[in-house]
Design a protein around this ligand. Sequence first.
Ligand code: SF4
Length: 65
Amino acid sequence: MKVFVDRDRCQGHLRCYALVPEVFEPDELGHAFTNEAGNEVPPEFESKVRQSLGNCPEQAIRIEQ
Ligand code: SF4
């Protein structure tokens, strides 16, 4: 699984970071990006990453299998 943050949509709520800090990180402006784990999400975080999609108010998170 890969996960991406659409930087144009992201408004910096950081709910994703609160839920899966192992994958999402805040940048210097408080918007989220995915770290290296986003390129190949470890199986133990896949469920929480899926949850982050529904928790993002801006629908800025996308996953690819
Ligand atoms: S929850 Fe969505 S809008 Fe908020 S920081 Fe994360 S990706 Fe961005």
